[in-house]
Design a protein around this ligand. Structure first.
Ligand code: NAD
Length: 353
């Protein structure tokens, strides 16, 4: 018998193609009359289309979302919320826009509808990372969980091939770490393995043909499940390292996850033999190597130095991996952690698992 705790997060999920047309009904269902549409600057045109679709139920657009949810941007958006008298937010975009919606909800309790257009998975988690004075802090609160999530595969078709690959591997990282989380449980295992398989099959097809709608749909479905994994259980060494590397050297989020994941998994492999066996069944090969090859197949940069990390960062990141102790299936061993960061820095093939 395997006793466990499972915490499900309430959220209404709508999945399909053309589902954005259901947004006005969802806004009405929540009893909202003036929602502010959020986006990043490059997705402003998409946000304007959504505002037009909402007609009188739109309070306008705030297209100032940026990566890592700076509090200064949240304050600007809050001023617009107040000025327009918005009674809810619609976030269209990736984790950066979702983060802004969550930051607004944390401070105002306004309902959120999220329309994800990457595979980051933030829409399924009660987690919010915010940046203030160059420091990123993360908190977990049910207040930031969106009320409704609308997955519309059509809105992911424009995600550039390169970012589709790294964003998909970022999602896989949530599911991989969920399999060996301290709170791992059979429900999350089901989602994790299903998601890893779906994304692993989809990404090479998207790399070959970004217009492959079936592959896009598989990737988005997998990303949803990966977000559920991230929201339900704690993460370990891989996420800790990526958080540190991204924050310390200003490295891009999904790309950093892509470069680190095979090495973090190889590090933990000796402590998680049954997880490695199940991953082997899903990936069809040695898991760390399969993820390294997947990154190659989608044309991703596999070396952290290629993302802009300086060589002295290997020692800095090693030190920081030991700050604020956290759970990891394999105890942290300084030389081995340094070796894994050094391999990721150089983009070498991971140690065999
Ligand atoms: P992102 O949201 O920054 O998007 C990257 C770029 O792609 C942006 O310029 C965006 O406008 C553009 N883009 C997004 N979708 C597009 C589309 N369909 N077509 C064309 N362009 C598109 O990147 P991300 O990787 O989705 O999110 C990263 C952020 O999310 C980080 O700050 C990370 O910390 C956070 N995050 C948080 C959680 C959580 O649970 N709190 C989970 C995952 C990620």
């Amino acid at each position: 018998m395997r006793p466990f705790h499972y915490n499900g997060h309430p959220a209404r999920v709508i999945f399909g193609s053309g589902t954005i047309s259901q947004l006005p009904d969802e806004v009405a269902r929540l009893g909202l009359e003036r929602v502010l549409v959020l986006a990043t600057p490059p997705q402003e045109a998409e946000a304007n289309r959504i505002a037009a679709l909402l007609g009188n139920a739109s309070a306008g657009v705030f297209a100032g979302a940026v990566m890592h949810t700076p509090v200064t941007v949240t304050e600007q958006a809050l001023a617009v919320v107040a000025e327009k008298g918005a009674d809810g937010v619609v976030a269209i975009g990736g984790g950066s826009t979702t983060g802004l919606g969550k930051a607004i909800a944390l401070r105002t309790d306004l309902p959120q509808i999220v329309v994800p257009t990457t595979y980051a998975g933030s829409e399924m988690t009660p987690i919010l990372g915010e940046t203030k004075d160059n420091t990123k802090t993360t908190q977990s609160s049910p207040k930031v969980l969106p009320e409704v999530v609308i997955y519309d595969v059509d809105l992911t078709m424009t995600l550039p091939a390169g970012l589709s690959g790294t964003s998909g591997i970022n999602a896989i990282a949530h599911a991989v770490e969920a399999l060996y989380a301290r709170e791992a449980n059979p429900i999350i295992d089901l989602m994790a393995l299903e998601a890893i398989g779906a994304i692993h099959r989809a990404l090479p097809r998207i790399a070959k043909d970004p217009a492959d709608r079936e592959a896009r749909s598989d990737a988005l479905y997998g990303a949803w499940l990966c977000g559920m994994c991230l929201g339900a259980v704690g993460m370990s060494l891989h996420h800790k390292l990526c958080h540190t590397l991204g924050g310390t050297f200003d490295l891009p989020h999904a790309e950093t996850h892509t470069a680190v994941l095979p090495h973090a998994l190889a590090y933990n492999a000796p402590a998680i033999p049954s997880v490695i066996e199940r991953l082997r069944g899903t990936l069809g090969a040695d898991p760390a190597s399969a993820l390294f090859d997947l990154a190659g197949a989608v044309g991703a940069e596999r070396a952290l130095r290629g993302l802009g990390m300086p060589e002295e960062g290997i020692d800095i990141a090693t030190e920081r991996a030991f700050a604020n102790p956290y759970w990891n299936p394999r105890p942290l061993e300084r030389d081995a952690v340094r070796a894994l960061i050094a391999r990721a820095y150089a983009g070498e093939r991971p140690a065999h698992t």
